[in-house]
Design a protein around this ligand. Structure first.
Ligand SMILES: *Cc1c(COP(=O)(O)O)cnc(C)c1O
Length: 231
């Protein structure tokens, strides 16, 4: 399958899931998770997306990088296409300055320390930053994210920092073939979002985006279904 076909297939999956959930077309944004893809591959995907989405109800893709190193390597080569760039992987404090050179949004805020550091750097730069609080809904020890029970407190901390704009909550679904288990984790994120007011929900990947859209995802983050298996 070509990149165009894989992208179309993912768009179709999202549209079918929106429709199954009784949600309007275009209510879910597609974020391309571009880890390990070089700038040329990312550019090709952005151009393929732009060519395919002439329908104005479908917003353009977002880009998500896991590692600051990859973000700073690729972003300068894509500026002419003006993509919205999200950091979706863990952010170490010594990488905050580099991340803020390119990221429009950090989806992986999982501690008050990181939130405060981002806020202070934004104050120096006289800018604001969109953020998501990352929640570990599955409790798997290998996953980043704040525990569900600590989420509301961290969200309040973020809201108290005037350089940060809390857009929503992000999670990585349980690493399981049990769809009910995966879906209950997404439901948990939705409930936390509801307690915070209307929040965006970044959840769902290649293997579980349908369950995420059914539970209210507003952003799904897709890598392998668009780019193929990572080497
Ligand atoms: C890689 C990655 C994705 C996409 O996963 P795929 O299975 O390749 O679709 C989504 N979110 C995060 C945080 C990732 O690291």
């Amino acid at each position: 399958m070509s990149l165009d076909e894989r992208l179309a297939r993912v768009r179709d999956r999202i549209a079918a899931a929106e429709s199954a959930a009784g949600r309007p077309t275009g209510s879910v944004r597609l974020l391309l998770a571009t880890k390990t893809q070089d700038a040329a591959a990312v550019r090709a995907a952005l151009l393929a997306d732009a060519a395919a989405t002439t329908d104005e109800t479908v917003p353009p893709v977002l880009l998500g990088e896991n590692r600051v190193q990859e973000l700073v390597a690729k972003a300068p080569e894509l500026t002419d296409l003006r993509p919205e760039l999200h950091l979706i992987g863990p952010l170490q404090s010594n990488k905050v300055n580099a991340a803020l050179r390119w990221a429009d949004c950090v989806q992986s805020v999982d501690s008050a320390e990181l939130a405060e550091r981002l806020h202070r750097r934004c104050a120096v730069l006289d800018r604001t930053l969109d953020v998501f609080v990352q929640v570990n809904v599955s409790g798997e020890p290998t996953k980043s994210g704040v525990a569900p029970r600590d989420t509301l407190a961290l969200a309040e901390t973020v809201r108290s920092l005037d350089r940060l704009r809390l857009r929503g909550l992000m999670t990585i679904g349980a690493n399981s073939t049990d769809q009910a288990l995966v879906r209950s984790g997404f439901a948990r994120l939705r409930e936390l979002g509801e307690r915070l007011g209307t929040m965006e929900l970044s959840m769902g990947m290649s293997r579980d985006l349908e369950a995420a859209v059914a539970e209210g995802a507003t952003i799904v983050r897709v890598g392998t279904a668009v780019f193929g298996t990572r080497g």
